[in-house]
Design a protein around this ligand. Structure first.
Ligand SMILES: [Zn+2]
Ligand SMILES: [Zn+2]
Length: 541
């Protein structure tokens, strides 16, 4: 019996985690449906999501969502549209979050996993174990089938979470005793020696910074990090401050937590942003989203004076309680500068232990490897460097390791995996800012080319009546400077081309447009030495 594993995202990159586990009979389980930050943000792309439609030929039997982080779960709307009627399995806390996700239809069949509740799908029995991570309800999963046993352990860590959740090493040892063939393991911190700073140290450092702040405090963290929120809130309450969450994602998280039993904070401790105008500035602790500097996030609005009733002032402190996901450094540095200009002191997790990663460093990875004793480790959740570092660590500990990147199919049989040589990668959809609509490649190409070289527009009015004739072509540049003498010369050239084209008889607007386009491009190249985008509009009147 052979099965196939295809990492569709999340290996060789941070983000867009999705793994296809396919039985020989063609049935499959999709583990995680994440999205990724996009390099195309300057062109209005908010994030990228795997093109799940490309898997329509695969008989997906279930979607398993390991936890609610965007890089594992935010593509759920697209996935349930691509696979209608397919059940979605997750822990209770993850389901509470997913059910509230925008755009996910109400008729989805939700399956709660945990305890003894297992999921039979695609010839596998799926079970999960709750683990410590930076969002409540995270699980690692074990899939057992004819081809053997697969454990997916991304994301998690061994040290208890800020909310006190633990990773049951005994359960993992039990899985190890029963035999694990393939372990997909979290490579995020494969270059970090460990041990991690304990959460108690993080809580104490936050408390100290909050207690010493003269003005308001803004704690910035991942919107889903309920544990970090609670640490910040407790630090605020310890010195008589009021907590105000800023950012929609955080409000979502608090609503989910309320549904799950709350965060054990006294009533009235957390006030809505509209209360800001009535509360004394120096008694405030804002918890803001935007730990990666996302436009429109809580931090972006705080730094830009766009939160009604609140302005950063000298004496204020901004605590960046998060890690910086590679690629977001510059955007964050800009926002921190905005805060500094307003007199606020910015403290990051590099300077003080006000955040700790939810992923396992090397010492924990070694411990997990010894517990699970897999035949082969496939590093996931990292760029190539992290993947290679984890593979080396696994080999050093006496285990097999196989590094692959997105789209590489692994054949899983006889208790081991090897690349089949088949590439089964799927594309990415680019989700636009604002309306969340998918940006088509042509639109994106146009945006990029206009951004790179500007746009020159030529217009021409033509009469529809036989006697009406044609007007004079007009040329105008957008985002590209066209000196007046060049503009007039190009207009003359176009007029000549138009005269030549219509000289022979009836007016064909489409033929005119294409003649003008060719001439316009040629003349701009010749006279400006550049190739801006061009647009010719022939209007009939
Ligand atoms: Zn992740
Ligand atoms: Zn995560």
């Amino acid at each position: 019996m052979a099965a196939r594993l295809v990492p569709l995202g999340g290996v060789g990159e941070f983000g867009a985690n999705a793994l296809l586990v396919e039985h020989e009979n063609g049935e499959a389980i999709l583990v995680d449906v994440g999205v990724a930050f996009s390099d195309l943000e300057p062109f209005g792309v908010a994030y990228e999501v795997p093109d799940f439609d490309a898997l329509r030929h695969v008989s997906i039997q279930a979607l398993l969502v390991t936890h609610g982080h965007d890089d594992h779960a935010r593509g759920l709307e697209d996935a349930v549209q691509a696979f209608p009627g397919v059940p979605v399995a997750a822990s209770r806390a993850t389901l509470a979050r997913l059910r509230r996700a925008e755009g996910v239809p109400g008729e989805v069949q939700w399956l709660e996993l945990g305890g003894d509740r297992q999921l039979p799908a695609a010839g596998f029995r799926v079970e999960v174990a709750p683990v410590s991570h930076s969002i409540p309800g995270t699980v690692v999963s074990r899939l057992r089938g004819e081809s053997g046993t697969l454990v997916v352990a991304s994301d998690f860590r061994l040290a208890p979470s800020a909310l006190g959740e633990t990773t049951p090493l005994d359960t993992l040892r039990g899985w190890g005793d029963a035999g694990v063939d393939v372990l997909l393991l979290d490579a995020t911190n494969a270059l970090v020696p460990g041990p991690l700073v304990p959460e108690a140290t993080v809580a104490a450092a936050i408390e100290e910074e909050v207690a010493h702040a003269r003005g308001a405090v803004v704690g910035v963290t991942f919107a889903s990090h309920a544990g970090r929120f609670r640490q910040l809130a407790r630090a605020a309450l310890a010195c008589g401050r009021t907590v105000v969450p800023v950012g929609r994602g955080l409000e979502e998280t608090l609503a989910v937590q309320a549904e799950l039993g709350g965060l054990d904070l006294p009533p009235g401790a957390v006030r809505p942003p509209r209360a800001l105008t009535r509360l004394p500035h120096e008694q405030l602790l804002l918890v803001a989203t935007g730990s990666q500097g996302e436009p429109g996030s809580g931090l972006a609005r705080v730094a830009g004076d766009a939160v009604p009733g609140f302005r950063l002032a000298p004496g204020d402190v901004v605590l960046h309680c998060a890690r910086v996901i590679p690629g977001n450094e510059r955007r964050l540095a800009d926002l921190f500068d905005h805060c500094a200009r307003r007199g606020a002191r910015v403290i990051t997790a590099e300077e003080r232990p006000i955040h700790v990663s939810g992923h396992p460093p090397r010492d924990e990875l070694e411990c997990v490897l010894r517990a699970l004793r897999p035949r082969v480790v496939v590093p996931v959740h990292g760029r190539r460097r992290q993947l290679e570092a984890l593979a080396e660590l696994a080999r050093g500990a006496g285990f097999g390791a196989q590094v692959v990147e997105n789209g590489a199919e692994l054949l899983w049989r006889g208790g081991t995996v090897a690349p089949s040589g088949v590439h089964r990668g799927i594309g990415r959809l680019l989700v636009g800012e604002g309306d969340g609509a998918v940006l088509d490649p042509v639109t994106l190409r146009q945006r990029r080319s206009v951004a790179a070289g500007g746009l020159v527009v030529a217009t021409l009015a033509v009469g529809t009546a036989a006697s009406a004739g044609v007007g004079r072509p007009r040329v105008q540049g957008f985002g590209v400077e066209v000196p007046p003498e060049v503009r007039r010369a190009v207009e003359r050239e176009l007029a000549e081309a138009v005269q030549h084209s219509v000289g022979t008889g009836t007016i064909d607007a489409e033929a005119l447009r294409s003649t003008m386009s060719r001439r316009l491009r040629r003349e701009l190249r010749r006279r400006l030495g550049r190739r801006p985008s061009t647009l010719v509009v022939v209007s009939e009147c």
